[in-house]
Design a protein around this ligand. Structure first.
Ligand code: ASP
Length: 310
């Protein structure tokens, strides 16, 4: 049974097949069709050790639209507070009959560790779907961002993003979204440039196959999409001054006006309006931010359909 642990190193055929499945499921995400029943009898457990709005809800809705049952466990109120390890919790959830575990955890590598623990001990098939592990990866977000950009630039037939240049803006160093985005977008042929102040956008990111820049105003006129990232106060409390950050890197109306016609703005949420992005850009004509949310349901349906045993 496949797990979904990350996009770095994912075979391109698997990525394209998840995207194609998600594209075909868009009408179900938009609720234009009655729910499918293809995973009736499967049980999905959301195991969230960090907060979430979009990811948790969209995995829940996606599982239900496939006919699966869903149960939720959050860190507060679980036996994690009594010292149970993540790996024991994952084994326990499988023993309770889960066929899929959607896992979010503050530790980078948590999803890989949980998958190894399940694979090492005998038990019924149970897939781990990584819903964000520390600063490492957030694969369903990477897939939904690629789908959103492909849709905006009429690349849905084959997901070939060749010729497109995408900027990932802001707190890249702390962002698991950025790592999954870079992997997905470059695998599909786009060129990616990460932009931010040196502390949040170090040159070492280039090892992931992207460019880096500290000059947003130089980059903006050349890009076809900007993914604006949240400043992760919980992971980078050292941001010296929000005002200095905004002067150099806030995506505001004046900067948005200098983007190419047809270029789009994304944000994985939750937004700090007035910090990394202004409200008029978030709500403006270039914004695909709420479309990302809708497409996220289609992507999570596709990933659950792939990972859950029939
Ligand atoms: N929601 C995304 C994540 O969990 C992005 C963020 O929190 O800034 O990684």
């Amino acid at each position: 049974m496949p797990h979904l642990l990350g996009l770095q190193g994912m075979p391109p055929d698997r990525l394209r097949s998840l995207l194609a499945r998600a594209r075909d499921l868009i009408p179900h995400a938009e609720r234009a069709r009655p729910p499918l029943d293809t995973r009736r009898g499967a049980s999905v457990v959301n195991l969230f050790f960090e907060d979430s709005t979009r990811t948790r809800l969209s995995f829940t809705l996606a599982a239900r639209r496939l006919g699966a049952d869903v149960a939720d466990l959050t860190a507060a109120g679980s036996s994690a507070s009594k010292g149970e390890t993540l790996l024991d919790t994952a084994l326990t959830v499988r023993a309770l009959g889960a066929s899929g575990i959607v896992l979010r955890h503050a530790m980078s590598g948590a999803a890989i560790a949980a998958a190894r623990a399940l694979d090492a001990l005998p038990g019924p098939p149970c897939a781990i779907l990584n819903a964000g592990d520390g600063r490492h990866e957030h694969p369903t977000q990477g897939i939904l961002d690629a789908l959103t950009i492909a849709e905006a630039h009429a690349r849905l037939p084959d997901f070939n993003l060749g010729g497109l240049r995408i900027a990932i803006l802001g707190d890249v160093a702390n962002s698991r979204v950025a790592r999954s985005d870079i992997a997905a977008l470059t695998a599909l042929g786009a060129s990616v440039v990460c932009v931010g102040p040196p502390g949040l956008c170090p040159p070492s990111l280039r090892s992931l196959g992207c460019d880096t820049s500290h000059d947003l105003d130089a980059v903006l006129p050349d890009v076809d999409a900007v993914q604006s990232l949240r400043i992760q106060m919980e992971r980078s409390p050292a941001l010296a001054s929000v005002r200095d950050y905004a002067a150099g890197y806030q995506l505001d109306l004046a900067r948005s006006a200098r983007m190419k016609p047809g270029a789009v703005v994304l944000h994985p949420g939750p937004m700090n309006r007035g910090v990394e992005i202004t409200g008029d850009v978030a709500d403006g004509p270039r914004s695909r931010i709420l479309r990302q949310v809708t497409l996220g349901v289609a992507v999570r349906m596709a990933c659950l359909a792939e990972c859950l045993a029939r």
